[in-house]
Design a binder for this molecule. Structure first.
Ligand code: AMP
Length: 150
């Protein structure tokens, strides 16, 4: 397993704007925020993707997240936010170390402008989904196979 930039931040070898830390996770401000308050909640366990995370770290991540979201909402005044968690390069993951993005939404704000301070960053995550369809047969077959492993 490679040593990610987040492992270096966890060990204090690289500076970061740390918001929270416990035995299992840290939360830092994203260095290139999509919007004001864009935060990364990072597991101390250096798993690359969520499916590789131990139950203890997964539980601690889930435990810390709502609390961190509440603090971000209170301070930024945002009323909506997205939770984003990328796994694997095809899914857009750039840092191969489990982290959850908390991205406040500010409807009506402009798009980010390079060189502007954080508060001038954009509206947040812009959702561009291309939904498909699911037939009864596909759902039953796929569901049967996945349920067998759970
Ligand atoms: P992902 O594409 O889900 O892997 O997201 C990686 C995120 O890490 C991006 O939003 C980057 O802006 C952020 N990032 C990378 N390096 C740093 C750093 N040194 N401090 C804070 N955030 C970082």
């Amino acid at each position: 397993m490679t040593d990610s930039i987040f492992s270096k931040i966890i060990r204090g070898e690289i500076p970061a704007h740390k918001l929270y830390e416990d035995d299992f996770v840290i939360a830092i401000l994203d260095i290139n925020p999509l919007s004001e308050g864009h935060t990364l909640v990072i597991t101390k366990e250096p798993a690359e993707t969520l499916d590789q995370l131990s139950d203890d770290h997964a539980g601690a991540l889930g435990h810390a997240l709502p609390r961190i979201c509440r603090a971000i909402k209170k301070v930024t005044g945002c009323t909506s936010y997205n939770i984003l968690q990328n796994n694997g390069s095809a899914a857009g993951q750039e840092v191969p170390h489990v982290h959850v993005h908390v991205i406040p939404c500010y409807p009506g704000r402009g798009t980010p402008v390079a060189g502007k301070p954080d508060k001038d960053n954009g509206p947040g995550l812009e959702k561009q989904w291309h939904p498909g369809t699911l037939t009864q047969e596909e759902a039953l077959e796929l569901g049967k196979q996945i349920k067998r492993l759970l």
